[in-house]
Design a protein around this ligand. Structure first.
Ligand code: A3P
Length: 286
């Protein structure tokens, strides 16, 4: 549906990601950046709406039928720039995203934190939809093996990341490649980079007035997690709104997995990323 029917506008901004790599965070940052002139900071729609209600998911919210994900009334009536997200692989993006002037922002994350984050998210969803007697808890070990072997709803993790990474090298004005860990380490320069990439750079006056820091604070997990709108309620029978905000840390994955799993994943990462110029910090348990 989405692949066949979506017509990108040149002004569209599309967040792409593998699930659990920081999509919700990037949605909130992007929304806050592009809408900063429309609302005073204490009246940001992010205070009243979950980030997934402000940036629509294309393959589910906009075109999907499977879940009651947030969806716009009229796609064509959304003001520009329209903000969307997708989890599909680069090679499966609709032609109009590739051929139009719209821009894509990809967020990636180290595989250890990604797999652990995904595990807890899926576990929560399964608990919600299955009756207690039908719920058989998948172990983290089994879940890890599937992820490690590329058995994953959105396709193998490394192929997903590498697809967007290579495209970002080929089309740097079209595709911005970000890492969750870099955003954590240096949010200021990354928020500036985001604003420049979408053609809305911060003015010296905004910088001196602390607008960047305000956006970072507004979109911090600490702040978003405590907002009433993100603490309660559901998107569908599968997903609690709060399940999109868990720990938001770098390195949690390595602590939850066995030394052997960490070593195998780090080796696989080196093998897969060799020669690409891309790397994630090899996170160990020490
Ligand atoms: P953890 O499960 O490791 O805590 P996605 O948004 O792609 O579904 O990714 C979810 C992950 O991002 C979760 O990681 C979640 O806690 C984290 N996250 C959500 N909002 C965040 C924010 N504002 N800042 C940093 N991390 C955030």
């Amino acid at each position: 549906m989405f692949q066949r029917h979506f017509h990108a506008r040149d002004t569209d901004l599309i967040i792409a990601s593998h699930p659990k790599t920081g999509t919700t965070w990037l949605k909130s940052l992007l929304f806050a950046i592009v809408n900063r002139f429309k609302h005073p900071k204490n009246e940001s729609p992010l205070l009243k709406h979950h980030p997934h209600e402000l940036v629509y998911r294309l393959e589910q919210g906009v075109y999907g039928e499977a879940f009651e994900y947030p969806r716009p009334q009229h796609l064509n009536e959304l003001p520009s720039p329209r903000l969307f997200n997708t989890h599909i692989a680069y090679i499966s993006l609709p032609e109009s995203i590739l051929s139009s002037g719209c821009r894509v922002l990809y967020i990636s994350r180290n595989p250890l934190d990604t797999v652990v984050s995904l595990y807890y998210f899926i576990l929560d969803a399964m608990k919600k939809i299955l009756h207690e007697e039908d719920f058989i808890k998948t172990s983290l070990k089994d879940f890890f093996e599937d992820f490690y072997n590329g058995r994953n709803t959105n396709g193998p993790f490394f192929e997903h990341v590498i697809g967007y990474w290579k495209a970002s090298l080929e089309y740097p004005d079209k595709l911005l490649f970000l890492k969750y860990e870099d955003l954590k380490k240096d949010p200021v320069s990354h928020v500036k980079k985001l604003a420049e990439f979408v053609g809305e750079p911060f003015s010296p006056q905004e910088e001196s007035e602390g607008v960047i820091q305000d956006i970072i604070q507004l979109c911090s997990i600490k702040n978003l997690k405590e907002l009433e709108v993100n603490k309660s309620g559901v998107f569908s029978k599968h997903y609690d709104k709060k399940s999109y905000f868990r720990k938001g840390e770098v390195g949690d994955g390595a602590h939850q997995l066995t030394p052997n799993m960490v070593e195998r994943m780090n080796n696989l990462m080196q093998e897969k990323l060799e020669g690409t110029g891309l790397s994630f910090e090899c996170i160990s348990q020490s």
